[in-house]
Ligand binder design. Structure first.
Ligand code: SFD
Ligand code: AMP
Length: 621
């Protein structure tokens, strides 16, 4: 086997991940950084990478402050309610006060936003505006590339490990990864690092198997790297028990927000009943959140779940009724609404348009099934898993502030987008904004801490060997059986992924168990995960593509284990509709309106779970 060559790059700020928040970070860092060297490393190519690479049909986080639509305080109110009482108000407010500016910049750079005749933006819902968004990612990437210079962007390089200072494990020193198209390992040494490498799909067994394997709602390229990189070096994480279970069009995973809010469609069960009406009383169990407007996302799921559990499905999105009502018998109006209906998916979830076509569905005539999907661990949409970060200095204090906005508990390590916990509902625009916030802060950190950290060569060598090990394992054992996929000496990354998903699904409240678990089930799941983590040393890769899959699996496994441990720690059911603890079936605001945080300690191979207080900072709520 050809051993890799190593290239070392020194920089002031390293951005890991060129998605929405990474592009925001690159753009903003250049504005403040002067002569500092800012480098971005991305496992794909930034014009099409990450969750928005497949396009979007709405900007889901926009205040509309210039029109007096909403204030950042309104936004905090909404987000805290949607999270059933638990979000970091300082972080959410910070996104709310800056996000409109990012949306206006995206428009200036070419993003077509739907407009009314008077020039105002159209609205989908209170916070959402519709876009012709197939190209939102190249539009966000171009200014990022220009800002830091194409020579400072390393693409098709997958980061596997973070480096900490040889003299101070609480200080970041850089990152290590490998080129997916060359035999090369990259060592990046940096004074500050911004983690922007996305959320986690495919930790749980997806509903799509066999013929549809690979289709999920969130990007299949969201491999939990943000968490899988931060957890092993002891970064404090928060709300890793939280997940987003999206209501989605069946099999194509088409999002529903546009249908509920813009087309005003209803989901009805097989008897033609509306669960939001028949299950209205159920919300009273979850006050004060049950009477919030809109009903929090998990509770809307919960109402639908009760219908499904009672065998009242299939659940149908009545696209037909909604579209016919809008058209009101006028063929020209029907043409317009038909265009909008198809564009919603062609802009963002082409697989849903294909599902419609392949199932002979004309949405104006035929309703479409919707289901509750498998859980996703993420921090930017309706999920709030991620790093515990410092807030902005003018709002955050005490336990919420330690010097630099969006800095994690590791000195010089910043996070944004899906990487930041307890700050959800950022979506594309808020993630871009949070990347900008983190970058400005990282520049300040480097100005205050100009000396380069110390990197241990021995540590780097050890990491290099670990990265390459699956290729070595394959070389050593290939030929021991007649099929490269079945070998007593190793497992392939795909086999490993299936095993991870099975554990998570069956023990961690996945879709097949009705999103339900309890203490003994979680404890057994954790035992199996500990064994699985040991077995990951037997991963084999036939080529560099599979090597990337191996490391993606390792990152996802960290996410899965953190999720199980956090679920075990929180002794209540705070988000019915996302998951249920059968042994603690109720919401317990008196004891559990707190954040669950964790730190992994590599030296002792142990996890420390703790709670942090929720603080009501924005006093109007
Ligand atoms: O309809 C490494 N999102 C929506 N946002 C909206 O504003 N409107 C919508 O309409 C949205 N919807 C939606 C959305 C996403 C998807 C997939 C669908 C529908 C089908 C959410 C946003 O996309 C999301 O909030 C942001 O993109 C999050 O930003 P960020 O920066 O946290 O993650 P990213 O964009 O995925 O970028 C991550 C990058 O990191 C790279 N990466 N690079 C190097 N080494 C590694 N090891 C790496 N691992 C990952 C990735 O390649 C990527 O570039 S709707 O459902 O509501
Ligand atoms: P989705 O398409 O499900 O990802 O949702 C897009 C946006 O619309 C998100 O901000 C959701 O929280 C919001 N949303 C989706 N469905 C509803 C609903 N029934 N009521 C209020 N907001 C919704």
């Amino acid at each position: 086997m050809t051993l890799p060559i190593t290239e070392t790059i020194d920089c002031d700020i390293l951005i890991i991940g060129g998605g929405m928040s990474g592009c925001g970070a690159a753009f903003e860092s250049k504005y403040w950084s002067g002569d500092l060297k800012v480098v971005m490393v991305e496992k794909a190519v930034i014009e099409r990478s990450g969750a928005t690479g497949e396009g979007l049909s709405a900007i889901n986080c926009y205040m509309g402050q210039r029109n007096g639509w909403n204030t950042p305080e309104d936004f905090v109110h909404y987000v805290v309610n949607d999270m059933m009482g638990l979000a970091r108000e300082d972080l959410v407010y910070d996104v709310g006060r800056h996000v409109d500016n990012s949306v206006h910049l995206l428009e200036e750079w070419g993003l077509p936003i739907w407009k009314k005749d008077n020039g105002e933006y159209e609205r989908v819902g209170r916070w959402q505006i519709p876009i012709h968004g197939e190209s939102i990612k190249p539009i966000a990437a171009e200014p990022a590339r220009t800002a830091i210079g194409p020579e400072n962007i390393y693409e098709r390089v997958s980061i596997t490990h973070l480096l900490t200072d040889a003299d101070d494990p609480q200080r970041i020193a850089g990152a290590v990864g490998f080129a997916v198209r060359e035999n090369k390992i990259y060592v990046f040494r940096a004074k500050a690092v911004i983690i922007t490498c996305g959320g986690a799909s495919n930790v749980f067994r997806p509903r799509s198997v066999g013929e549809g394997l690979g289709r999920t709602w969130y990007s299949v390229f969201a491999t939990g790297a943000a968490y899988g990189l931060m957890i092993p070096i002891g970064t404090e994480m928060t709300q890793m028990e939280h997940r987003f279970v999206p209501t989605r069009f069946k099999d194509g995973y088409g999002p529903v927000g546009m249908w509920f809010q813009y087309f005003h469609a209803q989901v009805l069960n097989a008897n033609g009943e509306d669960y939001t009406v028949t299950r209205a009383d159920e919300l009273k169990k979850y006050e004060p959140y049950g009477s919030a407007v809109p009903t929090p996302t998990p509770l809307r799921n919960h109402q639908m779940f009760l219908d499904i559990k009672d065998g009242l499905g299939p659940m149908y999105m009545r696209t037909d009724v909604a579209m016919q009502k809008i058209a009101d018998g006028d063929p020209a109006k029907m043409d317009k609404v038909r265009d909008e209906a198809w564009e919603d998916f062609l802009d963002m979830t082409v697989a849903q348009a294909l599902t419609w076509a392949s199932q002979n569905i004309a949405p104006e005539d035929t309703p479409s099934e919707v289901v509750l999907a498998e859980p996703y661990i993420m921090g930017s949409h309706s999920g709030e898993a991620g790093a515990w970060v410092s807030g902005p200095e003018d709002i955050a204090s005490g336990e919420y502030f330690w010097g630099y906005n969006r800095m994690t508990t590791i000195q010089g390590l910043f996070a944004a987008g899906d990487g930041v916990g307890a700050a959800p509902h950022k979506f594309s625009s808020g993630s871009f904004t949070e990347g900008r916030i983190a970058a400005k802060s990282a520049v300040n950190f480097v100005a205050d801490n100009p000396s380069a950290p110390t990197v241990s060569d021995a540590n780097v060598r050890g990491i290099q060997e670990t990265i390459w090990a699956p290729l070595e394992t394959f070389e050593k054992h290939k030929g021991a059986s007649s099929s490269a996929e079945i070998n007593p000496n190793y497992m392939t990354p795909k086999q490993g992924l299936v095993r991870l998903q099975k554990i998570m699904d069956e023990y961690g409240a996945g879709a097949s168990t009705g999103y339900t678990t309890n203490q003994p089930t979680l404890e057994r799941g954790i035992e199996l995960m500990e064994m699985f983590r040991e077995d990951l040393t037997h991963l084999a890769a036939r080529n560099r593509h599979e090597l990337m899959r191996c490391w993606e699996l390792i990152h996802r496994t960290w996410v899965g284990e953190a999720h199980l441990r956090h679920l075990l720690h929180r002794k209540e059911t705070r988000w019915p509709g996302y998951y249920y603890r059968s042994d603690f079936p109720d919401l317990d605001d008196a004891n559990w309106r707190v954040f669950v945080n964790s730190k992994f300690d590599a030296a002792s191979n142990s996890w420390n779970l703790m709670t942090r207080p929720y603080k009501n900072i924005i006093t109007s709520i």
